[in-house]
Ligand binder design. Structure first.
Ligand code: KG4
Ligand code: ZN
Length: 356
């Protein structure tokens, strides 16, 4: 079965073709980053219009690369939510119109489920069950994943998502939009421990997280530097040091919570998905993650165990059509709809998952 996937929830138009026998045949992407950069953030109306402009040529590109035609498509999967209303409607409109024209069903997909399953697109893929950390611009959540559609929410950020905190902090350091990736690049040049920022909710004994206070801590540090130097300009090395300290604080919290999620579930596999999964420090720290499971009566004392950590290939970390086509293919049997034009800009993952 050949599934066409359409992603248009924010500022990336992604289209892909996934075949249940042959795997991913093609995936094409257009990022609107440069278009939004001059406004310092995503302009929803511009995003919607650009999705409309891009989706047809991207689809044609995928069909050409895969050597198939519209008539070969068995179902059209699209991101139904959550995301920007207009942007979602552009993708939904195209997906529904195409499905109607070719007489095939549409499969509405939850954007986060796409991210959650994206590591399964890799050659070296995780086995169920696993703990998934969804860490993007809009979400920071730990999920227990026991199979396709069997997700339990374990905990999440109570305020800013980690990616959002990266972007807001980058903005206040004067970095161009979108700042998260740039901040992490500069952090590479920073001296560890030159600054220290708090690790919010590190000891909260649950899997809740909070990142909005970190941004305030960075602002306070920046204001102190400005007062000391008597200039609004932050010296380059100081800025890099702040980037490093901010990134270390976020990654430390995520690593500690990941350990707890593994201990709580007893799972030995961790999957990281979402844009922040591209972060070098997070990848480095997580790839060395170990846990010591609780001792059991009559069993030898547990040792620190290495955790199997999986990251989606870089191209599938940020928004893309491949993860939507793949999720669509996995949902083929159960979630087909004949026309599902409506979108769900606010759509908690808990609507499709079991609560912990
Ligand atoms: O998953 P994604 O493409 O979009 C959604 O939010 O759904 O994630 C985008 C987020 C942005 O906040 C961006 O700043 C962050 O991922 N990001 C990074 C890095 N690359 C992207 N954050 C930290 N380090 C990076 N290297
Ligand atoms: Zn996303």
């Amino acid at each position: 079965m050949l599934v066409l996937g359409i992603e248009s929830s924010c500022d990336e138009t992604g289209v892909a073709l996934y075949d249940t026998e042959r795997g991913l045949l093609a995936h094409h992407l257009h990022t609107q980053m440069a278009m939004h950069a001059e406004y310092g953030g995503v302009v929803p109306e511009l995003a919607s219009r650009d999705h409309i402009r891009r989706v047809v040529p991207l689809t044609q590109g995928c069909l050409k690369e895969a050597g198939v035609g519209y008539a070969d498509i068995d179902a059209v999967a699209f991101t139904q939510g959550p995301g920007l209303g207009g942007a979602l409607l552009a993708g939904s409109g195209f997906a529904n119109a195409l499905a109607f024209a070719i007489g095939k069903p549409v499969i509405p997909i939850h954007h986060l489920e796409g991210h959650l399953l994206s590591p399964l697109l890799a050659d070296d893929k995780p086995e169920f069950p696993f703990v998934a950390l969804l860490v993007s611009g809009g979400h920071t959540q730990f999920m227990a994943v026991r199979g396709i559609g069997d997700y339990t929410l374990l905990g999440e950020s109570v305020d800013d998502a980690a990616g959002e905190a990266f972007d807001k902090t980058a903005k206040l350091l004067g970095l161009p939009y979108p700042g998260g990736a740039k901040l992490s690049e500069l952090a590479k040049l920073g001296t560890p421990d030159a600054f220290t920022f708090p690790r919010p909710m590190l000891h909260s004994h649950d899997l809740q997280m909070s990142f909005s206070g970190l941004k305030t801590a960075v602002l306070t540090a920046v204001e102190k530097v400005r007062a000391e130097t008597g200039s609004d300009e932050i010296p380059e090395q100081t800025r890099n040091d702040i980037c490093r300290a901010f990134q270390d604080a976020v990654v430390d919290v995520l690593a500690a919570k990941a350990k707890k999620a593994l201990l709580d579930t007893g799972f030995r596999t961790l999957v990281v998905a979402g844009g922040v999964g591209a972060n070098w420090k997070l990848r480095d720290e997580f790839s060395r993650l170990t846990v010591k499971m609780p001792s059991e009566k009559g069993k030898p004392k547990p040792q620190e165990e290495k955790i199997n950590v999986y990251f989606p290939p870089m191209a599938y970390c940020t928004d893309n059509g491949a993860m939507i086509a793949f999720a669509g293919a996995m949902r083929l049997a159960e979630r087909q709809a004949v026309g599902a034009f409506n979108v769900k800009p606010r759509w908690p993952l808990s609507d499709i998952v079991k609560q912990g």
